[in-house]
Each structure stands twice: as structure tokens, then as C-alpha cells.
Design a protein around this ligand. Sequence first.
Ligand SMILES: NC(=O)c1ccc[n+]([C@@H]2O[C@H](COP(=O)([O-])OP(=O)(O)OC[C@H]3O[C@@H](n4cnc5c(N)ncnc54)[C@H](O)[C@@H]3O)[C@@H](O)[C@H]2O)c1
Ligand SMILES: O=c1ccn([C@@H]2O[C@H](COP(=O)(O)OP(=O)(O)O[C@H]3O[C@H](CO)[C@@H](O)[C@H](O)[C@H]3O)[C@@H](O)[C@H]2O)c(=O)[nH]1
Length: 448
Amino acid sequence: MVKICCIGAGYVGGPTMAVIAIKCPAIEVVVVDISKPRIDAWNSDTLPIYEPGLDDVVKACRGKNLFFSTDVEKHVAEADIIFVSVNTPTKTRGLGAGKAADLTYWESAARMIADVSKSDKIVVEKSTVPVKTAEAIEKILTHNSKGINYQILSNPEFLKEVYAHWVPEENIITTNLWSAELSKLAANAFLAQRISSVNAMSALCEATGANVSEVSYAIGKDSRIGPKFLNASVGFGGSCFQKDILNLVYICECNGLPEVANYWKQVIKINDYQKSRFVNRVVSSMFNTVSGKKIAVLGFAFKKDTGDTRETPAIDVCKGLVGDKAQVSIYDPQVTEDQIQRDLAMNKFDWDHPMHLQPTSPTAVKQVSVVWDAYEAAKGAHGVCILTEWDEFKKLDYQKIFDNMQKPAFVFDGRNVVDAEKLREIGFIVYSIGKPLDGWLKDMPAVA
Ligand SMILES: NC(=O)c1ccc[n+]([C@@H]2O[C@H](COP(=O)([O-])OP(=O)(O)OC[C@H]3O[C@@H](n4cnc5c(N)ncnc54)[C@H](O)[C@@H]3O)[C@@H](O)[C@H]2O)c1
Ligand SMILES: O=c1ccn([C@@H]2O[C@H](COP(=O)(O)OP(=O)(O)O[C@H]3O[C@H](CO)[C@@H](O)[C@H](O)[C@H]3O)[C@@H](O)[C@H]2O)c(=O)[nH]1
């Protein structure tokens, strides 16, 4: 029986291996991690990650051909194929701090593989890494090899040997190692660039009375542009876009290409601008102060259908509101109070280190409370900010919310999910990203 071991039971390792296990019953898959709480959670009824459908897949194969373990060395030694999906955070210190990828966890995994291996291995880069990492890893493995053969593959999205069980042959792209590594960074940079482009347009739409949804729809009709990933928002989040672009910027700088580096840096600058523009809009429309005012925040995850909060725009928006002394009441259907407090207390980039190495949360941010109901969050509030596009936010009883709020009552829709006209009929002052402004908002210009 072919044995796969995946190092890193996170957002990538867990779900990817669960799908491999269900699609390939003849292969034994073991996911290992140094974090005991994470492995315990994968072995329990409450998985550490929320994603629709994931529970069913894991429960169908766990204990049959899918296993989760902290016995990293044993399973690495027994495996034929080793996937490495450990963290590759942005470096916080030393050369390239704030941009370059930190390969500490990758390197220590590689050294451990070299240490414990007694048979030939295929090692697969699943983590997103700088160009030429595979070459560096190969050096570590072969210099410590004890006569063992290693093949290093970069597989940011596909792996033929395994995926050929269920992915059609023609959909599997084979490239040289460096193209594979760079393609991953390039894909995320292009996707993020689309969002920053439409977000830049959203500011211009607000200034001119155009409607960003209409502009997106119109340009998306051109098949060369296409309709996807053109939704204006309060900003993109997630563990990948910013980290990967910063890494790309660093690689460009190291290769003597400052103009190219600056081009990509701008994608992040617009994303930061969009988040601060949103906060400024909230504050300026409430007579330039939210000090002591209750503001409800609906949605904290970086996108719907996940409990993942890494780099979520909600962090910067909440920090901005707290900075202006608001009392912030947060509701998200999948994010716990503990996670929100950690996120608001954590330093930039610390979020992407393994849990046990993250600084323990200092004292909770007192101006922030977390509740388990949207109505509770909005009760007595002056404004409601929608920061994640959860479907349930479309179906809330906004009349009930309005009745229990301070007046004038505001809704700031950072995801364009509510029916703004209906809300205006109820009596709300509504701000929708990139849409024509209410008279009230026009009279209270926000400068980012
Ligand atoms: N999250 C995504 O959507 C996504 C998508 C594509 C690529 N990536 C990339 O994949 C990699 C992993 O991302 P993630 O979101 O799964 O991260 P994660 O933080 O959720 O998981 C990484 C896991 O690796 C474990 N780990 C670290 N060092 C280890 C070691 N030496 N031995 C055993 N376990 C170790 C950590 O404890 C952690 O549980 C990153 O490089 C990321 O950029 C992420
Ligand atoms: O039109 C859009 C589309 C997305 N977003 C936001 O962009 C962020 C990222 O969204 P998405 O790309 O759907 O989620 P990720 O899970 O971060 O996935 C990205 O990052 C992964 C990690 O590298 C890649 O594997 C995926 O292909 C790539 O889409 C989220 O905050 C979204 O709300 C927008 O604001 N507008």
C-alpha cells in the first residue's frame, strides 16, 4: 500500500489529505503536526477547521485510510510520498523582514525528513514558497542523505501521481520547478490585483455617482476580462494574498527589479487604503466621532463559509474603530471570542506562526465584546458594519434591528450584501461600497 504522510495539519494539509483519502481508498494517508491540540481536534467531533462538506469527507475515511497523528517522525519514516504544508510566514526580523518568506518551519521539516528517512522518498512542496526553494531543500536532503534518493516536486495545486485518480490527464500541468513555484505567487498576485483594481474603481464610483456593480458587470461581459473576482469589498483578506505578494515584491527587489516590485506593492497599498477609507466613512458620517458609541460588526471571518480570520479586513476595521474609541460589538457565526481577541491583540504577521509559537494573548481589548447573535450586536448601536458576506446577513429582520438602534441609524455595507433601497425605506442611512451615496453621506465627506 502506498503511504502518504503530510507534515502540517492546517488549512491546506487537513482538507487536501482528506480529499486524497476519499478519492484514493487504496492509499494510506497520515497527517502529522507538532500541535497536539490541532491533531486532537482532527480526531474529535469538532474539527479545527470549518468548511462546508469537510466534516462528511473526514468522517467517511478517518480510521480507515486517513489518520491524524503527532508522531511526526514515525510516519515520515514509513511514507513513500511526503507532502510538506507547514507555515511559510512573512519574516518579522532580519534580512527581508516584513516581506520575505520565513522558511524556518520548512527547513526544520526538511532536516527532520533527512534525519529519520531509511527509504527513498518523493517530497512534495505544498506550502507556498519563494522561487528556488525546492533546489535549496534538495541540497539539505542530499547533503544529509545516507544514500537515500529524494525527488523534490513543487505542487502548489496539482500532483499527477495521486491526482490522476480523479483529475483528467489534460488538466494536469507539468512545468519546470521554478515555473511551478512562481506560478503560485503569480496566480495570487493577479487575483489580488483584480480586487484592488475594482476597489480603486469603487472609490471613484462613490466620488462620481457611478455604481461599481454596474461597472463590474459591464466590463466582465468582455470575455478577455471575465466576470469573476470583480466584487468590490472592504478589502481582501486571507492567509495568502498579502503574504504572497510581499514575497513576490522581495523576490523582485532581490533580482534588481524595483519597478516591478513597486507595481505589485501598489496592490497591497490600495487594499490598505480601502480598509482605512471604510473606517473613515463610518467615523465621518457620525459627526466625525464614534467615541463611546456602540458599533455592531457583523462578520469577522475573511470570507463567508469559513472560520478563518487570518488577515481578515475586519481586524484593521475594528482596530480603526477602537482607535477612535468606539465600543465594538462583534458577531460572526463561526469565529470565537477567543480568536477575535487574539487577532486584535496580535502583532502584524504573528498570526502565521504555528499556534504554540504565537505570543499568548495579552489583556483582552476591553472596548470589544463578542456576541452570538446579530440582533444582540446591533441592540442600542449607532451603526452596523457588515464585514463578511455571510448569507444570513441578507435575511436578517432589519426592521427589528432598526427599532432597537440609536437614531439616526446607519448601515455600512462593506460587502454589498443588503438591499440598500429596502433599508432606506425602513429609515436607515446606508453606505454601500462603490455605490451612489445617500445625501447624508455626501454632506460628510470621508478623506482616507
Ligand atoms: N490557507 C490556504 O488557503 C493556502 C492555500 C494554498 C497554499 N497555502 C500555503 O500552504 C502553507 C500552509 O498553509 P496553512 O493555511 O495550511 O497553514 P496553517 O498554519 O493552517 O497550518 C500549518 C501547520 O503546520 C504545522 N507545522 C509547522 N511546522 C511543523 C513541523 N516542523 N512539523 C509538523 N508540523 C508543523 C503547524 O503546527 C500548523 O498546524 C503555507 O505555505 C501557505 O502559504 C495556503
Ligand atoms: O471579487 C472578490 C473576490 C474575493 N474577495 C476577497 O478576497 C479575499 C480572498 O478570497 P478567495 O481568493 O476566495 O479566498 P482564499 O481562500 O484566500 O483563496 C486564495 O488564496 C489561496 C491560497 O493561496 C489560493 O489557493 C486560492 O486560489 C486563492 O483564491 C477574501 O477576503 C474575499 O472576500 C473580494 O473582495 N472580491
